[in-house]
Design a protein around this ligand. Structure first.
Ligand code: SAM
Length: 255
């Protein structure tokens, strides 16, 4: 079993060890996940006239590959070289090419990507909740803002922590991004930490530390970073019932 990093310390992407990266695609369950959300993101980004998209939490590439297959010019970014290596392998296997793929910490996203600007930025699969420090979230969102062209769109997806904290953990699993035969649930859940445990068919266990980010707080952070017209979806639909969705998607624009 891989011990989770101490919350509040270290770069949380260091939790994605080579062996966890090997298991990640089983966890994601590409087919069912893309059947559920692929068309939604393609349509949302496409309807905005976007062409150049950066996936800043590419992981093993589920969304980056799907967007590239849909014809977007995709740059795949992740803090973890282990995950990015898998994303490159998956792109090759699915017969698509990324415009670029780079390891970058979100806190330095704009420095790593240089003067490049994108029409859309995605941070999906509950990734942004890997940041534990308020100022780090502000720094990361400012960096995301800067890599978008004026008028560009950012999409951040996260678990519905409000419901978990207020009403306890229960998942309909319809919108959970886990593949068949992977058990997932919180090993620890309170205001400052959601430690999730993943148990695979062969008995392998991994834990990940997440910060239980509330929806209103993220909206506030997006506005604080300069984004406007923040819209929210619950399990890819709007309007939605705040206590009856597993995931929340926030869409925001650079003016
Ligand atoms: N989006 C992918 C998916 O849905 O399968 C991956 C999701 S995984 C929960 C979160 C990803 O965010 C990991 O690949 C991790 O390495 C990356 N990550 C976490 N913190 C990061 C940071 N500060 N900078 C860059 N990447 C980070």
């Amino acid at each position: 079993m891989t011990e989770a990093l101490n919350a509040n310390t270290g770069k949380q992407y260091q939790q994605y060890t080579p062996s966890f990266a090997d298991y990640w695609d089983d966890l994601v369950g590409w087919e069912s996940r893309l059947a559920r959300e692929g068309a939604f993101y393609n349509r949302l980004i496409g309807s905005h006239g976007a062409h150049k998209v950066v996936d800043i939490a590419a992981g093993t590439g589920v969304n980056a590959v799907s967007l590239a297959k849909a014809g977007f010019e995709v740059t795949a970014v992740d803090g973890s070289e282990n995950m990015l290596a898998k994303a490159r392998e998956n792109a090759q296997q699915y017969g698509v090419q990324f415009a670029d793929s780079r390891a970058a910490d979100w806190l330095e996203l704009d420095k790593t990507l240089g003067t490049e600007q994108y029409d859309a930025l995605v941070c999906l699969g509950n990734s942004f909740t890997h940041l534990f420090d308020h100022e780090d979230r502000r720094t990361a969102l400012r960096a995301m803002f800067r890599v978008l062209r004026p008028g560009g769109m950012a999409i951040i997806d996260q678990r519905n922590y409000d419901d978990m904290l207020d009403n306890g953990y229960s998942s309909k699993h319809t919108y959970c991004y886990t593949g068949d035969g992977v058990d997932v649930g919180p090993a620890e859940l309170h205001r400052t930490l959601a430690k999730f445990e993943y148990v695979f068919k062969d008995g392998a266990r991994f834990q990940l530390n997440m910060y239980p980010l509330r929806q209103d707080y993220l909206t506030h952070l997006l506005e604080d970073a300069g984004f406007i017209n923040v819209e929210r979806y619950g399990d890819l639909q709007k309007p939605y019932c705040r206590s009856d969705v597993d995931f929340v998607q926030q869409v925001a624009f650079r003016p």
